[in-house]
Every structure is written in C-alpha cells, then in structure tokens.
Write a protein that binds this ligand. Structure first.
Ligand code: ZN
Length: 312
C-alpha cells in the first residue's frame, strides 16, 4: 500500500456548494452558528459563500456577513467563490483569504452554468489577478477546474483539455489550482491518473480535490488522490448539495464521513469527529425536510474509534 500523507486539510464547503443547491434559506444567525461550531470542532478552512448576484442565489445573499463572522476566528482561512471580476472585487473588499474562481472544463457545462467558454474564464482570472495585485490584498486566487471527469451535458471531457486549462489558469495568474468531479463521474483509477499529472504540472500550487458523491465513490476517490499526494479536500457537512445540471446528484463527500475515514487511517486533520457529529445533528434540525447524506451519522462511531484518534 502506498504511504499516505501524515496530515490533510478538510475545507468545509457546505455553506456554499451545499446551501446553493437546496431550497431552504439558512438565516445568517444559523450560518454564524455553523461557522463557529465547525471552528470549535477543529475545521480551519471554510468556503463561506459566493459573491454572485443575490437574485441568482438568495441562499448566499449574506456572504459578506458570513465572511465577517469567519474573520473573527483566529487562524480560520475563509474562501469565497467568485464567478467574475465584479464578485472578486467584492470579495477583496470584504477581506476573503481565498477567491475560488470556478472553471468548467466541459464547454457545454461552462456555457450553461457560467455563460462563458472555459478560455473566457481564464481571461477573467487574469483580470482578477490584476485587481488583486492592484488592491494590495494578500488573498489567494484559486482556479477550480470542474467537470474534470465528465459532464452530464457533454459527456466525455478530455483529460488533456482539463490539464491544458489548469496550466492556462496558472499562466493567467491563479496562485492555486484544483480539480473537481462536479457530477460524480470519477473513479479511483481515473483520479489517480489525472491527479498525478495535475500534481506534476502544478506542484505546490495544486490545492484541492473536490468530489461529489453522486455515485457513492467520493471517499474512494479521496483515497486515490491521497495516495498520489493530494492533502486538501472539499467536503460538505451531511453531504448536502448537488448540481442544477446533474439530475439525481448528491452533494460533496460528507465532512463527517471524510473526517472519520482520515482519522481512522491515521491521517491527522485536527478535526474532533464527535463534535462534528453534534454539529451535523444541529444542521439536520435547521434543514428539516432537506435530503441529507452520509453514513456515519446513521451508524455512529465504532466502539474502537477513540483508540484510533491521536489527532494533532
Ligand atoms: Zn461542487
């Protein structure tokens, strides 16, 4: 078995990727509770929302407030999604630590979702980089390549095109790049192959693996990415989320399941799994009627678990 990295970072994305695709609008006070409790459970990276027009995503209209809350917690690294320069300017003004610019490697998905071709998104990243540099802000710019393993609209997405766009993002000034299986088309072998090549291209600038659990393979895909040296993963509490263009989609890998798996495998995340489960139970109350996912919350921790956790 390949040696695993000794530690990994879990970025909670439920407040953005999760909430954006469910109907319930979580009040700002609840988001503050969520951010505070996740922090208390040891989470140190959170994607708090998205600077898109409120009429498009009323669920995320209070992103500036959520970000302000995150900024009060020492050592918490707050990401926000920005679809364009305008969103980036708002994120910079609000003091985000990282601006995630989504790019879809599938041209069809890109046009449907972002109303731009992938290369137009690359050009926008160059403009965002110029704005960031001019502002003097320290915020990082992450180019996230989505539909990296295929797409519900277009079908196959050529891995060579995924890697070309990743290189183009770096050339345009992205500080970090990531790969996302937006619609749950990836399998562990494909993940190993593509992430290996991506790491060769981006080196230390490779940031994150983002796996949706649409077909039940998110944790297996995380393992495959871990094996080739990826050490940061997106996850959403209770696995909430989906994709408007992916029928039957579920959300990201569930944060609590991921934290449990990594701890059980001896990969330190700093996350207190029982505390995270308590937060998950609170979220289930807040999101009553919404579909939640994840196996750990159903079955509970194994009796042998406490002995296995020596978190650092
Ligand atoms: Zn996603």
């Amino acid at each position: 078995m390949p040696a695993l990295p000794p530690r990994a970072v879990i970025r909670e994305v439920g407040l953005r990727d999760g909430l954006q695709s469910i109907a319930t609008i979580l009040p700002t006070a609840r988001k503050r509770e969520w951010i505070g409790a996740a922090y208390a459970a040891g989470i140190r990276e959170i994607e708090v929302g998205s600077f898109v027009p409120a009429r498009l995503l009323p669920q995320l209209a209070d992103t500036a407030e959520a970000l302000a809350c995150a900024r009060t917690l020492p050592g918490l690294f707050a990401s926000v999604l920005v679809p364009n320069l305008k969103g980036a300017e708002r994120a910079l003004a609000a003091g985000a630590d990282l601006l995630l610019v989504p790019l879809s490697a599938s041209r069809a998905h890109s046009l449907a979702n972002l109303r731009r071709t992938p290369d137009e998104v690359v050009a926008e990243v160059a403009r965002i980089r110029a704005a960031r540099d001019a502002s003097g802000a320290k915020a990082l710019i992450e180019g996230g390549v989505g539909t990296a393993f295929g797409c519900t609209l277009q079908g196959r997405v050529d891995p060579a095109e995924v890697l070309r766009l990743m290189q183009a993002l770096l050339d345009a000034g992205a500080d970090r790049v990531s790969l996302a299986d937006t619609v749950g088309y990836a399998d562990p072998n494909g993940v190993r192959r593509l992430f290996e090549q991506a790491l060769r291209i981006a080196g230390d600038r490779f940031w994150c693996g983002h796996f949706h659990d649409t077909r039940g393979l998110a944790l297996a895909n995380v393992c495959a990415a871990l094996e080739v040296g990826v050490t940061r993963f997106d996850a959403s509490l209770a696995g909430i989320g989906g994709c408007p263009h992916a029928p039957g989609a579920s959300g990201n890998v569930a944060t609590e399941d991921l934290a449990f798996m990594l701890a059980a495998m001896g990969v330190a995340t700093g996350v207190d799994v029982p505390r995270l489960l308590a937060l998950r139970a609170a979220l289930a109350e807040w999101l009553r009627g919404e579909r939640l996912f994840g196996a750990l919350a159903r079955a509970g921790l194994p009796k042998t678990f406490a002995a296995a956790t020596t978190d650092a």
